[in-house]
Design a protein around this ligand. Structure first.
Ligand code: FEO
Ligand code: CA
Ligand code: CA
Ligand code: CA
Length: 547
């Protein structure tokens, strides 16, 4: 990036954000920047149930790529795009690089043509051909994109363009086999993710049990396998559930990937990595399941996501509890070794008395204060319908501290104007951007508590001026969709954003509930868009000079 601002340094930031919590800050806000940000007038959008991608004044969008688009002679872009992460080839040219996109899950009706509503016994009609198409459309895409004349284009057939799918063999980064194997077949349920300090992508396997079920253990530690949503294992591929639910690292240039066992196995929403001065890393990740936990890994060696200790949060007492089989007698009594502790991280966390949370989703580090923000999306078990954003302050601001203070930064609800927070991203000035994820079956339904919020949206919480701390809606999603994967380009002039699952509640392809992005075939399609415009640029800093 290599940018800094003219004038006096007024804030003590130590990170640059751009949706990226790992790169040391190379910019500071000047007094001029601060004055400009304080005077910025932000016009919010009202809640809307219109089937369109609506943007507030000062924002524009264009579509970069959508489901089914060709990325090479061999491959097409997958379904339900979520996390995006852009890494330029060259720090001095932020307009040409590789975009990683997660493909979280499929809607078989669109992807394989399998319509379970048509059959009394749907599984008998779920063919191998259906499953192959479904498996191809999850995982991730790497695409080379370049901005020319304000428009981001995919470079067709670039040698970096590739798909990683539920069929791609991926090594475990661990010294012991996982269920007898050293590699898994595929990655799936790729929800959000992160970036490493050494510029590789992290993609997180969230609702892995949708594909191969899971083993749950009773009080006598007897396992039962749960059924899967997509019936892949029941019908065609019996892969072990233990091979999924990991953080997966992908090399942007080679496309090679590995699954990081040391970070534990659960419904990883994201993985947010911070590099300490001695180059050891701290990685935060939440388990997006009702009454599950928040974790952090602290490496014992520089640049390692293997050597180190995984901790789980006791947010009541502000303690990080070590999921360490050697040091915790309660874990030794229940599990046979550290590998089992990591595979059954949820059970191990409960043994240690970790705090049950309301579905932790995305995590970002405030570039100004170093506080850690965690979306807690909702939890009907605890009658928390609108969720909140939790703030973690590590003791003495040290990311490898073993104690912290947790508090609620902002609660969802009609007063604050948002419900079900999910993805977070800080921009270069420290404004917080947030997406909402009200489930399609509950959105705009009279008998649910979500009517006032209408369609899912992107919000910004300005840091400065008269609107500081307010939650302002700036983009409204099409029908049934969720906006995901917000990621700022390194020059702060583009916000990459996924429009995921438009028309998700469709039961009949002849009558889709959404038609976005209004292709001639009338079928709704998930797509990645570039958000540009005056407002994005003004929210980020001006007056930059090279350093
Ligand atoms: Fe896939 Fe927790 O959102
Ligand atoms: Ca999410
Ligand atoms: Ca994020
Ligand atoms: Ca969500």
């Amino acid at each position: 990036m290599g940018k800094a601002s003219i004038g006096a340094i007024v804030a003590p930031p130590f990170l640059t954000s751009c949706g990226n919590s790992t790169t040391p800050l190379k910019s500071r806000l000047s007094q001029e920047d601060l004055a400009r940000l304080k005077n910025l007038v932000l016009e919010g959008l009202p809640a809307s149930d219109k089937d369109d991608l609506l943007l507030t004044n000062g924002l524009n969008y264009h579509t970069i790529i959508k489901w089914g688009d060709r990325i090479s002679d061999n491959d097409t872009f997958g379904f339900n795009n979520d996390f995006t992460c852009f890494i330029p080839f060259d720090d001095d040219n932020p307009k040409d690089g590789l975009l990683w996109v997660n493909h979280e899950y499929v809607n078989p009706l669109f992807v394989s043509g399998f319509n379970q509503n048509n059959f009394e016994n749907p599984r008998a009609h779920h063919t191998l051909e259906h499953v192959e198409k479904e498996m191809y459309n999850v995982g991730g895409s790497i695409i080379r994109i370049r901005e020319e004349d304000g428009v981001w284009n995919v470079i067709q057939n670039d040698s970096h363009n590739r798909r990683i799918t539920a069929k791609t063999p991926i090594q475990f980064n661990w010294d012991f086999p996982i269920k007898g194997k050293t590699e898994a077949i595929g990655t799936l349920a790729n929800c959000s993710g992160g970036i490493t300090p050494w510029n590789t992508f992290l993609t997180c396997e969230e609702n892995y049990d949708d594909c191969y079920g899971d083993f749950i253990y009773d009080e006598n530690d007897m396992p039962t396998r749960t059924p899967s949503e997509f019936s892949w294992w029941e019908d065609h591929y019996d892969y072990p559930p233990e091979h999924y639910g990991w953080v997966v690292e992908v090399n942007p240039k080679s496309g090679t990937a590995k699954k990081h066992i040391a970070l534990g196995r659960f419904a990883h929403e994201c993985c947010t990595v911070y590099e300490l001065e001695d180059k050891r890393v701290v990685a935060y990740s939440g388990d997006d399941k009702k009454d599950e936990h928040l974790y952090k890994f602290i490496s014992s060696k520089p640049g390692s996501l293997k050597e180190g200790t995984l901790y789980v949060a006791d947010t009541v007492n502000g303690k990080w509890l070590a999921l360490d089989w050697e040091k915790q007698p309660e874990l030794k009594a229940k599990f046979k070794d550290q590998t089992e502790v990591l595979i059954r991280a949820r059970d191990a966390a409960k043994v240690l008395g970790a705090t049950e949370l309301n579905r932790p989703e995305d995590i970002e580090i405030d570039p100004i204060t170093g506080n850690i923000f965690v979306s807690l999306t909702n939890n009907s078990n605890r009658k928390d319908y609108h969720g909140s954003i939790m703030k973690i302050e590590e003791t003495d601001g040290k990311f490898d501290a073993l104690t912290f203070r947790a508090s609620t930064y902002k609660a969802g609800g009609e007063d604050s104007g948002f419900s079900c927070p999910d993805n977070l991203a800080f921009d270069m000035s420290g404004n917080l951007w947030m997406t909402s994820d009200i489930s399609g079956y509950a959105m705009n339904k009279e008998d649910r508590p979500y009517m006032p919020f209408k369609n899912n949206s992107l919000f910004v919480i300005p840091r400065y001026g008269k609107d500081a701390g307010k939650v302002i809606r700036v983009i409204s999603a099409p029908t049934d969709a969720e906006l995901t994967g917000p990621w700022f380009a390194p020059d702060g002039k583009t916000l990459f954003l996924s429009v995921q699952h438009p028309g998700e509640e469709t039961k009949d392809l002849a009558k889709p509930t959404s038609k976005w992005p209004f292709d001639t075939d009338g079928i709704p399609k998930p797509a990645v868009v570039a958000i540009t415009g005056d407002l994005i640029e003004k929210m980020n800093y001006l007056n930059q000079i090279e350093v």
